[in-house]
Design a binder for this molecule. Structure first.
Ligand code: AGP
Length: 617
């Protein structure tokens, strides 16, 4: 949610800021801006709309300088227009701030500052911060070194809320001051004293792969001499330099028209990466490095709570079914945003599993913290290495799916389900609820997945044709049962978020308790009906829809000749064990949503109102 980038070094800063912002655009894309320091002034350019609009402005009104800060916004306070775009600048133009997060006490602080004569020019919460820094700076004694840092630190001590910020000032030039609390921030360590500040490694990867992840409560000062980090209110700290283990090609489209399509097509490879070195066929078990040393604790667990949002919540639902079915542990899946605020009861011997592609989702992070504070053991299933959730959980399993840029999650979802399957096998074997032979059956099915997904992707053209038939539909219903109820929810979410068509996911059998009233010849119904344990029941639901004139797109097993005759359109998927069918069902539904959205001319990778990483509650 909002992307920040800053640079200080020997190169012209504006092109580097633009390059970084483009890589962060997935975090927010309603307006953008830069502030560049040059000869004792701050040159500020900002524009509503995408980074491309800012780029055009910079061609018309160029800025030169070797250090500065930039921002791409996802609006929280105030509409997405030029005046609300960051950086926000003090009245005298001496201070500029970019901010990711929310200042909850902005209203109160604004009144106090207005009382002191400050005049505000935007509707944002962030503007309060720049006035506050200016006020503190101006009233502080003397011109001692580190004055900007002290003013920022004092201002932050008055802030309630979350932030990742970068600040520059003509009054204490030659430095960028950065700080984080609840919003991600890192330092990119380049060559020849070139240093970056960014929300995400994607912004700096073209220049350096060496990054320092800041912790909540850290502040950093970045100059031509390098960087220093200290804890707010305490002394200096050493944060390790990490090497980013993916490269530039992974954050580029690689010839595909959209990141989403690239990421859908990558799934055979990403699933392999997720499982690499983790499957033990002979033992009918798995080896998860992140859980080493936890066997005793995991044997004792009496309850699991899965936390997540959106797509990650959907994979969590599949996880619930798996864990109860095979590891026989009572499991609940919670919307992270609800969990934290309803005073949840977390009993002793509870394990929480926080699922998040980004590892930065505020709702999930705070729910995890709540559970941890109540004594739960915390695991994370996360894609973004080094992000906040894996750094705060007791243990975890990375997806290793590579950067996911398209706002609609695809490859992260299938990898999440695979990790949940592996955790289920691990717990089942550890606790004796899963035999070696059943374990082997699951491991074998997991091994077959990449090949099966490859095969499914060959139907891209056929699904494109199907999309043409339904591009003008105004509503869709997605039905599934058992393991495929979450797949129905996920199919519907994919369609609505990128095509803006209203779509509902429902448990197939629940249809007759209400939604059946919606069915007529105008309503396409996607029914996920592989030959699994609930096949016969779902089959009856299909008949109920047909009897009311509904039009069925069936996701069915490839050897199901009988249903093939019943449904209006068939998407056939290979056979696998029940628990893995949602992976195979989801891939063609990702393609269906993608092609419908492309035909409708929406911005597939950056759908309206959304952001990839939601770091506000
Ligand atoms: C998925 O397509 C969404 N854009 C969204 O629901 C997402 O899954 C959710 O915001 C959670 O994100 P996370 O996995 O990064 O925590």
């Amino acid at each position: 949610m909002c992307g920040i980038v800053g640079y200080i070094g020997e190169q012209q800063v504006a092109p580097l800021l633009i390059q970084g912002l483009k890589r962060l655009e997935y975090r927010g894309y309603d307006s953008a801006g830069v502030a560049v320091a040059k000869n004792g002034t701050l040159l500020v350019r900002k524009e509503a709309g995408k980074i491309a609009e800012l780029e055009k402005l910079l061609v018309a009104e160029p800025v030169e300088g070797v250090y500065g800060i930039g921002h791409t916004r996802w609006a929280t306070h105030g509409p997405p227009n030029q005046k609300n775009a960051h950086p926000h600048v003090s009245e005298n133009g001496d201070f500029a701030v970019v901010h990711n997060g929310i200042i909850e006490n902005a209203g109160t602080l604004k009144k106090v500052l207005q009382g002191k004569g400050h005049v505000f020019s935007s509707d944002t919460d962030t503007e309060v911060l720049v006035h506050l820094i200016e006020e503190i700076f101006n009233t502080a004694d003397g011109e001692r070194a580190g004055k900007l840092e002290r003013a920022v630190e004092a201002a932050l001590s008055q802030i309630e809320g979350t932030y990742g910020i970068a600040v520059i000032s003509t009054r204490d030039p030659g430095k960028i001051v950065a700080a984080r609390l609840g919003s991600p921030l890192l330092i990119g360590v380049g060559e020849n004293g070139q240093t970056f500040v960014a929300s995400d490694a994607a912004a700096v990867i073209a220049q350096t792969r060496d990054v320092v992840y800041l912790d909540d409560g850290d502040m950093a000062t970045v100059t031509r001499e390098g960087y220093t980090v200290h804890r707010r209110g305490q002394g200096p700290v050493n944060r390790p330099v990490s090497r980013v283990d993916w490269d530039l090609s992974e954050v580029e489209r690689g010839g595909y028209p959209h990141f989403m399509l690239k990421e859908i097509m990558e799934q055979p490879a990403t699933l392999r990466e997720t499982m690499r070195g983790r499957l033990l066929l002979e033992e009918g078990s798995v080896k998860l490095g992140g859980l080493t040393g936890m066997d005793e604790e995991l044997r004792e667990i009496e309850r699991i709570i899965i936390l997540g949002c959106g797509t990650s919540w959907h994979s969590g639902l599949i996880g619930e079914y798996m864990l109860e079915d095979l590891a026989r542990i009572p499991t609940d899946v919670e919307y992270a945003s609800e969990f934290r605020y309803r005073r949840p009861v977390v009993e002793p011997k509870t394990l929480t599993i926080s699922i998040s592609q980004s590892g930065e989702t505020a709702d999930t992070l705070w729910a995890m913290r709540e559970a941890k504070q109540q004594g739960a053991t915390t695991l994370g299933i996360v894609n973004a290495v080094g992000s906040t959730i894996p750094r705060e959980t007791d243990a975890g399993v990375y997806l290793h799916a590579g950067p996911e840029i398209g706002v609609a999650s695809t490859k992260a979802f299938t990898s999440q389900v695979v990790v949940l399957a592996m955790i289920t096998v691990h717990l089942g074997r550890l606790r004796g609820t899963l035999s070696a032979s059943r374990g082997r059956e699951i491991v074998r099915a997991l091994q077959n997945l990449p090949e099966q997904v490859s095969h499914l992707l060959e139907m891209d053209l056929a699904i494109q044709k199907l999309a043409e038939e339904y591009v003008d539909s105004r509503n869709f219903l997605y039905l599934g049962r058992g393991y495929n109820f979450p797949a129905a929810l996920e199919g519907a979410l994919k369609l609505k978020e990128i095509s803006y068509i209203h779509a509902e996911g429902y448990p197939a059998a629940e249809m007759k308790h209400g939604p059946i009233a919606l069915i007529d010849e105008e309503m396409p119904v996607v029914v996920i009906a592989p030959k699994d344990a609930v096949y016969d029941k779902v089959r009856s639901n299909i008949d109920e829809v047909k009897a009311r004139g509904g039009c069925i797109i069936g996701v069915i097993s490839e050897d199901d000749h009988e249903l093939l005759e019943v449904v209006d359109h068939a998407i056939t998927i290979p056979r696998t064990i029940d628990m893995l069918t949602p992976i195979l069902a989801s891939v063609p539904l990702q393609l269906l949503a993608y092609h419908i959205a492309v035909l409708r001319g929406t911005n597939v990778d950056q759908p309206r109102n959304l952001a990839k990483s939601v770091t506000v509650e």
